[in-house]
Design a binder for this molecule. Structure first.
Ligand code: IMP
Length: 444
């Protein structure tokens, strides 16, 4: 990966989330001045590992571990102030200072306790087939209020406590009525307690709150380099994902401009992150899913359990057909392949190259969940490889079969794979094409 040629860059996931974006954003930050989150909320779980220290970030941008980087939580993010404060305290307890290197947009919307409660209650009421399998972080209800407008609260509203209180009382009272009537809930939320808690949290976070849109405009005018950190993945996108089994935000590169507050022309490169196989957490169709011992083997070897919820992730073969759809939608300029080490030890590996329906290849990614459930995955089988890849220090040292696998994936996708990750640490990252180990760049 030619870091100098990237310009302002967005990093997005091309599968169903959990691709390993956190590690890549952390690795790239050395070459950037600003890291901005533009979508999603605490449903995200970005893991960054430095040596033996592991950091699970949910709301904080993954540049937060480097004190000289400005980290922005943009207007498009759904912000849970309780989780944000806990994350900041958690880092401080580990001697990582969070000060003016974190800025939160006044325009960002607030996730409130009734959003989380509604998320839980409405999921519990759905029967098996209609459950979405959300993270229960209140993301959908928060974005729903944002679209409704009159019932929404933004970070800026906390600077006018009287208005905040009076509007919050009305909203909480209405929610309590709905929860009781619809779900038989008999534990009404206390509006006054919520207001006190949120105004306290706002006091604690006041130094971080600002107009981040203006900050980004200044950064652009000053020639600073900006990294836009995606959350979730293309296949969970509200418009283009496997609806309705998706999240409630736009996860594709199209969201960078709207969610961060920059013109589309300010984004110069789009880096797509994929795992060497596929995972999905929550409900919804997954054509290349392995509901067998191999799927279980990948889950255990890859530690495929949710960073946010601890749920076991569903595992399957690499789906080149779905990733091709995601590459086109996102305008991906280069690819990073994660978790190649996880596949080491399998006698053979498969790549889903296409889907068929009643014996014929489909030509476009199925737009509905009914159609996606009806297709059959078409596989190509390649020889597997052995060995502990996390000890490999250059791309050329990878087993020939692992390189052949990546060559075939690249051929099917038509976009260069420029980085390959073979372990969680910054140092376990290989430049493709015989260039130096990215780990030496990442270690500062
Ligand atoms: P929600 O975003 O909590 O509403 O969940 C909607 C769907 O997106 C569920 O299937 C979740 O499991 C999935 N999801 C949300 N965030 C992530 C993530 O960061 N990684 C993987 N899946 C996610």
């Amino acid at each position: 990966m030619d870091f100098d040629a990237l310009g302002n860059t967005c990093v997005v996931g091309l599968q169903w989330g959990d691709e390993g974006k956190g590690k890549i954003v952390d690795l790239l930050t050395e070459h950037f001045d600003v890291v901005a989150r533009f979508a999603g909320g605490a449903n995200a779980g970005h893991t960054v590992q430095i040596g033996d220290a592991k950091f699970a970030l949910h709301l904080l941008p993954s540049g937060i571990l480097r004190p000289d980087i400005v980290n922005i939580i943009g207007p498009g993010v759904a912000v849970d102030l309780e989780i944000l404060s806990e994350e900041i305290e958690g880092l401080r307890a580990r001697q990582i200072e969070v000060g003016r290197n974190l800025l939160v947009s006044l325009r960002a919307h607030l996730v409130m306790p009734y959003h989380k409660k509604q998320d839980r209650l409405s999921e519990a009421r759905r029967d098996g087939g209609t459950k979405i399998g959300t993270t229960a972080k209140g993301i959908g209800p928060c974005y729903a209020d944002k679209m409704l407008r009159s019932t929404a609260f933004r970070v800026a509203d906390l600077s006018r406590p009287d208005d905040f209180r009076s509007r919050m009382k009305k909203v909480v009272s209405d929610r309590n009525t709905v929860f009781a009537a619809l779900y038989g809930d008999d534990e009404p939320l206390d509006a006054e307690a919520i207001c006190r808690r949120w105004l306290d949290l706002a006091d604690g976070l006041a130094t971080h709150v600002t107009d981040t849109t203006a900050t980004l405009q200044e950064a652009i005018a000053g020639g600073k380099r900006i990294l836009f950190e995606g959350a979730q993945g293309c296949m969970l996108d509200i418009h283009h994902g496997t609806f309705p089994y998706v999240t409630s935000s736009v996860c594709t590169t199209g969201a960078v401009s709207a969610g961060a507050g920059v013109p589309p022309s300010a984004v110069h490169s789009c880096v797509g992150v994929v795992k060497a196989y596929t995972t999905r957490v929550g409900e919804g169709p997954f054509p290349s899913e392995l509901d067998d011992a191999t799927g279980e083997w990948i889950r255990e070897r890859g530690h495929e359990y949710g960073t946010t919820t601890g749920r076991p992730r569903r595992c399957g073969w690499f789906d080149a057909f779905a990733v091709n759809y995601a590459i086109e939608l996102n305008g991906i300029t280069e690819l990073v392949v994660m978790h190649l080490d996880t596949l080491s030890g399998l006698p053979e590996v498969k790549i889903c190259t296409n889907y068929s329906f009643i014996g014929r290849n489909v030509s476009v990614f199925p737009p509905t969940d009914v159609q996606l459930r009806a297709v059959e995955p078409c596989y190509e089988t390649l020889p597997g490889w052995e060995g502990n890849l996390s000890e490999v220090t250059s791309y050329e040292q990878l087993p020939a079969a692992a390189r052949a696998y990546l060559d075939r994936v690249e051929e099917l996708l038509g976009v260069p794979i420029t980085l390959v990750s073979v372990g969680p640490d910054r140092s376990a990252t290989l430049h493709r094409g015989g260039r130096r180990n990215a780990g030496s760049i990442g270690m500062s």
